[in-house]
Design a protein around this ligand. Structure first.
Ligand code: HEM
Ligand code: HEM
Length: 178
């Protein structure tokens, strides 16, 4: 039977499925945010790509919690990074993790205090608040700003993994996750 856990040489099948599955879902999530930001309100593409943003965002939030628990359970046996570059890699991964949690959590907080409430796949999670709780709405703005910071970090992460490790250094780093 295939080993599910990570090893010091390679991330295991569970970590790889979570990494690549979530990478594909994050691409869709950033696409919906980019079209929401770039296109005018009544545009049909903007509407079409926006309808899933909240549901997919909540799904990603649940998935990152699962991934965090799995990562912690494997912390002593996953590929480790040494030296200064390794410390930078660890700090970068940690920053991505923190933002993957904080970005959706802020928007959930804003929804919990809003007069529209929130549903996930048609099930109500937060009922509408009457009146709205004003301080919770500040979180909505931070959600968008930090969402873009996460997008930039992820672009840097991809550039380092593919550009630096795979194409320039050719050190087999990418193979740990493939
Ligand atoms: C990791 C998951 C998520 C990411 C990366 C993300 C990213 C973003 C970004 C970058 C924006 C700014 C778009 C713009 O400037 O027009 C945005 C806006 C928005 N997001 Fe998300 N989002 C996520 C999860 C969620 C969740 C869970 C919800 C709902 C509960 C949500 C609801 C919204 C709404 C309503 C807006 C419009 C602006 C606002 O009122 O805050 N997002 N999101
Ligand atoms: C084409 C896209 C991507 C490529 C080629 C890629 C490549 C990699 C590689 C090679 C590793 C292993 C690094 C190591 O331990 O030395 C890794 C880890 C990681 N990647 Fe990506 N990645 C991509 C997309 C993403 C996205 C979209 C996210 C998050 C939104 C992400 C978040 C992470 C995190 C947090 C780790 C640390 C290991 C873990 O706990 O999962 N990656 N990535």
């Amino acid at each position: 039977m295939t080993k599910l856990q990570d090893t010091p040489h390679r991330y295991g099948p569970v970590s790889r499925a979570l990494h690549w599955g979530m990478a594909a879902l994050f691409a869709l999530q950033f696409l919906s945010a980019a079209l929401h930001w770039a296109l005018p309100r009544e545009n049909a593409w903007r509407e079409a790509f926006w309808f899933y943003h909240a549901d997919l965002g909540i799904a990603l939030f649940l998935l990152v919690l699962l991934r965090g628990v799995w990562g912690l359970a494997n912390i002593n046996q996953r590929p480790s990074h040494t030296g200064l570059a390794g410390k930078a890699a660890n700090a970068g991964h940690l920053a991505i993790y923190l933002l993957m949690i904080v970005v959706p959590a802020l928007r959930l907080l804003a929804s919990a205090g809003s007069n529209r409430g929130l549903s996930f796949l048609g099930l109500q999670i937060f009922p509408p608040q009457q009146p709205e709780i004003p301080w919770t709405q500040i979180a909505a703005q931070w959600h968008g700003e930090l969402g873009w910071v996460l997008a930039l970090l992820v672009l840097g992460h991809i550039a380092i993994a593919v550009g630096w490790h795979h194409l320039i250094k050719r050190d087999g780093s990418l193979q740990k996750m493939t």
